[in-house]
Design a protein around this ligand. Sequence first.
Ligand code: PLP
Length: 475
Amino acid sequence: MNTHTLDKVLAAPFCKQTPPDFHALFSERARAIQSSAIREILKVTERPEVISFAGGLPSAATFPVDRMRAAFERVLSTNGRAALQYSTTEGYAPLREWVAAQVGTPQAPVSPDEVLMVSGSQQGLDLLAKVLVDPGDTVLVETPTYLGALQAFSLFAPNYVSIASDEDGLLPEALSDALRGAKFLYCLPNFQNPTGRLMSEERRYRLAERARELDLLILEDDPYGALSYDGETPPSIRSLAPERTVYMGSFSKVLAPGLRLGYVIAPTALRAKLVQAKQATDLHTATLSQMAVYDVIKDGFLDTHIPTIRKLYREQCAAMLAALAHYMPEGVRWNAPRGGMFLWAELPRGMDASAVLAKAVEQNVAFVPGAPFFAANPVIESLRLAFVTVPPPRIEQGVECSPRRKPGSSSLILLDSGLRRNDGFGILQRFLSGPSLRRVTRGAGSFRSAFSARYRGSRYGVVACSRRIAPGSTG
Ligand SMILES: Cc1ncc(COP(=O)(O)O)c(C=O)c1O
């Protein structure tokens, strides 16, 4: 553009420089997008003083930074031009071969031609919805399910049907004959996000059988399977019904999410369509990331690295369970996951986790209410606790003060350590909601030293006590 024209463009009257009305320009599809409840909460949790059980992030302490640095250097110095050039949509062949060998089983081998490398398994969810879902199609999801999948699928306006689940995962018998013709079932058998549940082996067999009866496609999303605390998981759904299962894996939780690297394993006819959709989306996944990851993992690094992640997460999970057992009032229930990064809790009936979150955030503690993880009929009392980014002492601190009372705004009920548990405390709990009531045991020191620092600013009364203590305030 020459100077004369540039001057004229810049000199346009201000009224003509107002931007277009973007809201009017948005497509129907874009208007339907809702911002993720988790991302909104995460904004608050960026403050360093906040103890956050909200985000689904892996622990940054597990990222093999030095190895990755060396791998990037090695790739750039030995194969730099190829690493920086455009490449195939399917992905880096040696990495696809590695994935095929890793996921395949003797009964259900995987061919590298079935593997598509994607920019995080989240992209796999998007591509699958793109090529499979028309508006109004029936999509089956667990109850609750991964919020990011609901977001990805919802762009294509499916009709969700929630499939009942319990502690052992989804219930195959809930897949009734009426669901024949559904586009697919999306399921997370290993340490599910958000609940941390592991689907039992028997249910997996029954699910594979039922899917065959209904001629149903299964999307099996498995970013957490490697994070079993005891190293064991039942067979994948893909290994039981390879002809009708699309398997998704990710390097986000075993290496680092910033690499944006995952994979989809799909029967070849479906993979061909996914490749076309990916071409239109981003041409291919970053070659440099793929080559560097392959360089890191090709000689068995994950065999030693993953056990260190498991150990760390097992300890953090134990710290979370211990803190919950110690501090949560009666009526709050939670599960004990055997792997992964999440735990699922339910507050007493009628207590809305979003309202509790608002109070918790004031006290610098955050978690994610469970409601957004339900495609329909949310359980408002539910919440997800992600424990792997918080060191154990902070886990205890976070659970203890969620929500911490405002100075002078709540009451504290005391109990002398000399009394048995079966006392007036339980009766009071039925009348008072959790956060305003705490059992405080005395230990060897005085009551004041036992609770005044911890519960600064609280008023207190006494339920039962072996000594006379007048109601007062910890100031
Ligand atoms: C169940 C599930 N699927 C997929 C993803 C996306 O992972 P990726 O980083 O591979 O895109 C996540 C991320 O937290 C997840 O929890």
